[in-house]
Each structure stands twice: as structure tokens, then as C-alpha cells.
Design a protein around this ligand. Structure first.
Ligand SMILES: [Zn+2]
Length: 414
């Protein structure tokens, strides 16, 4: 959602990117990208073709671990499944994170083969988050091969559980483990260079379940039907009025139930994602869902002819909840981003969105989420595509923001 651009904070210190422009290691890292574009595209395709459905990221994680390790980083996989490559700084008590999520929204059965159509790469997950992962690996390698020595330790992280019911579990574990040392988190998610997410959109994911005795479609006709009740409830819920400001949205994303066409089902389920700029509106919408499910069940019970034969039960469970938060406009991280934008000749607008950055922001740790360059579209669909043209700018921008907050070891900045 487009929001007014934030004002550029003034600082007396030289802008980091200007300061780095004279540094030979940084110059060499910036130049690394142009020479390695074909390799970066290749890694993106290769990683995209390794399936990484929610909770099944291990195979892709292993491949990312190998890539990070082969560039000379010390790499481990934590018990949540996050891949963590460390580039030690001179000040090991302070850390910054560059991350990209490993997981996709696609179920294991999805066929993923990257197709080429002129300058486009097409495959589910190619942009979200093939682009972010490719950039993570490229930036780590550019730093290593250019002998960059940061002041704060940099963690290159490919994390699990960003999408759907992953509920940001990878980022939550990472923040839990490193919180006292963490100074900034930069999340690479998808393509583009046109935005910077500094505001975390709060969201909740809910599952409604309705159960009944079930029965035969003919002989038990009139028995209350959980699918009927769910449909009645859904019609009520989708008519709920939500405000345009603060922007509030809902989506029925999955619906399931029943065992066969000629059986009255014993169960029906509905998954709903609700989002809002306001926690209050979220709470209201969650109550509305509960009321609608209760009303749908009541309607079905009342209209079923043989209520005595069976009763419906219902429940609404919270599958996940993403906290809100906001990066202060005068944060050094935002200043580093603005200065990187200036250096590469880019303009970006501030956005509010639901990303891995929600977690650090909710803990008061500076965090942003940005695209990793090039252009992409059709995220979360089977028609997803990515066009690498112009990706170099996104890679340089991300590298400069990272070094802007990590700083360089003393004596290295010339
Ligand atoms: Zn993503």
C-alpha cells in the first residue's frame, strides 16, 4: 500500500555510502555484481527449483548452507531450521542481520521448473523469494571476495517460516537468540527497488471448525450440515464492513470439509487472514468472525428439519498473529537506506506491510524489508515471474544499506 514518503533525516555525519565510495574493498564488492549476473541468475533458478513448502524448507536450506559456506563464511543451521552464515566484525558484541526467507506458499505437489520466456524467468516462487535468496548469496560472496571487514558482525540468514502458517517462526527464533546484540535487520523479500517497508502490518490468521454427527445424504436428510453452516457463516462474514482508514482487510483463503458427495459431512473448516493498520480493528474483526460462525451454526440448526438427530459444535482458533511496529523516522537504518538510494540513483517510498521485519520492529529493533532488485510479478501464484534486468542496482543498494549499518573496521575506511 503506498504511503507518503518519509522525510529524509538530517545528520552531521557523512552519509555512509558517500564515505564508502572511496573505499577500495567496497568499490570492488559493488563491481562484483556486474561480473557475476549470470551466476546469480543461475543460483536463483536452482534454488527456486528446490521445493520449500511451509515447514519443509530443509532441502533448500542445505543448498543455501553450501553456497554460503563455499564463499568462506562460517555457517550453521539452528534448531528452527534457519541457515546462519557469520562474517565476524571487529566489534563482535554488536550484530546486524541480512535475511531472506526460504519458504514458499506452494504445497509439495507443485511442479516447479523454471521456464525462460525471452528475458523472463517463470516459476512459482521465482521472485518471492528466489530473488531475495539469490541476493543474499551474492552479497555474502561479494563481501568475501572483496575482503570486506565489517565493524559489527554481519549474519547472513536464510530463515524459515515467513509465509502463511509459518507465522514468522524463523525470524522469531533468530531475534530470541541474538536480541541483546542485534542493532539492525534488513530483510530481502521479492523484487524491485521502489519501496522500503518500515511499518509492520499487524495480522491474525484464524481457523474456524464446525463439527456435526454426519450421515447419509438421502436417509439422514435434514441433519444439520457443517458445510451448510460454514457457508451461512461465510456469507455473513464477507458482508462485514471494514474501514478504509485505518485500512483493514480480510480474506477467506482456504475452505475444506466433507468426505464424499453423498455424505453429510462431519466437519468443515475455514481459514481467514485479517490485517489492519490498527490492532483495535483487528480485534473487532476477529470478534466479528466468531459471531458470524456462531450465527451460521444457529441458522443451520434452525433450518434443519431434524434438529433432535444432531447438534453442531464450532470453534475458532488463532493459527498465528503478527505483531505491528514502526521504524523511527530518525533511525540510522533509514538514513543508511536513503543514502544508499542516493548513491545508486534510486527513489523509494515508505510502505506498511507484513514481513519478517514485523518481529524485530515489535521488539524495538531497527528493521526494514526491501526488494532485491529486478522486477517480478504474480507472487503466490503459479504464473509468478522475474525479470533480472536492472537487478544490479538492487544488489548494490542492499549491500550499501548493510555496510551503512554494520560499518567498516577501523583503518579500512580510506
Ligand atoms: Zn516473501
Amino acid at each position: 500500500m503506498p504511503v507518503r514518503p518519509a522525510s529524509v533525516p538530517h545528520s552531521n555525519r557523512p552519509a555512509p555510502s558517500t564515505q564508502f565510495a572511496d573505499n577500495s574493498e567496497v568499490r570492488s564488492a559493488l563491481a562484483w555484481f556486474a561480473r557475476n549476473l549470470a551466476w546469480i541468475n543461475e543460483q536463483q533458478s536452482r534454488l527456486t527449483e528446490i521445493p520449500a513448502p511451509p515447514f519443509q524448507e530443509a532441502q533448500r536450506a542445505a543448498a543455501v548452507k553450501l553456497l554460503l559456506a563455499s564463499s568462506g563464511l562460517e555457517v550453521q543451521i539452528d534448531k528452527t531450521g534457519n541457515v546462519i552464515g557469520e562474517l565476524r566484525g571487529t566489534n563482535e558484541k554488536e550484530m546486524v542481520v541480512l535475511s531472506a526467507h526460504l519458504d514458499t506458499v506452494f504445497p509439495p505437489s507443485t511442479e516447479i521448473k523454471v521456464r525462460h520466456d525471452r528475458d523472463r524467468l517463470l516459476a512459482p516462487g521465482i521472485s518471492d523469494n528466489g530473488t531475495g535468496l539469490a541476493a543474499l548469496i551474492a552479497i555474502a560472496r561479494a563481501c568475501q571476495e572483496s575482503h570486506i571487514k565489517p565493524r559489527r558482525t554481519i549474519l547472513f540468514v536464510a530463515d524459515v517460516g515467513e509465509e502463511g502458517e509459518g507465522n514468522l517462526r524463523g525470524m522469531r527464533a533468530l531475534i530470541e537468540a541474538y536480541k541483546p546484540k542485534l542493532k539492525a535487520v534488513i530483510v530481502l523479500d521479492g523484487s524491485g527497488t521502489d519501496h522500503v517497508t518500515t511499518k509492520a502490518l499487524a495480522s491474525r490468521r484464524l481457523e474456524a471448525t464446525i463439527n456435526g454427527p454426519g450421515g447419509h445424504s438421502w436417509s439422514d436428510f435434514g441433519m444439520p450440515n457443517p458445510i451448510n453452516a460454514l457457508v451461512r457463516a461465510s456469507v455473513r462474514f464477507i458482508n462485514t464492513k471494514v474501514p478504509a482508514a485505518p485500512r483493514t482487510t480480510f480474506n477467506i483463503g482456504q475452505i475444506e470439509g466433507g468426505t464424499s458427495i453423498n455424505s453429510i459431512p462431519y466437519e468443515a473448516k475455514l481459514k481467514v487472514d485479517i490485517r489492519s493498520e490498527s490492532e483495535d480493528e483487528l480485534t473487532k474483526l476477529e470478534s466479528a468472525l466468531r459471531e458470524c460462525i456462531a450465527a451460521g451454526v444457529r441458522d443451520e440448526m434452525e433450518s434443519s428439519r431434524e434438529r433432535s438427530k444432531g447438534k453442531l459444535e464450532w470453534k475458532v482458533e488463532l493459527l498465528g498473529s503478527r505483531p505491528g511496529g514502526e521504524l523511527p523516522v530518525n533511525s540510522p537504518l533509514l538514513a543508511a537506506l536513503r543514502s544508499a538510494d542516493e548513491f545508486v540513483g534510486n527513489q523509494s517510498r515508505v510502505e506498511r506491510s507484513s514481513t519478517d521485519a514485523n518481529v524485530p520492529l515489535a521488539h524495538g529493533i531497527d528493521a526494514i524489508s526491501i526488494g532485491a532488485g529486478g522486477t517480478g510479478g504474480g507472487a503466490h501464484s503459479l504464473q509468478e515471474w522475474y525479470e533480472p534486468a536492472g537487478r544490479e542496482m538492487g544488489l548494490k543498494r542492499a549491500l550499501l544499506v548493510l555496510l551503512g549499518v554494520s560499518g567498516l573496521a577501523e583503518g579500512k575506511a580510506r
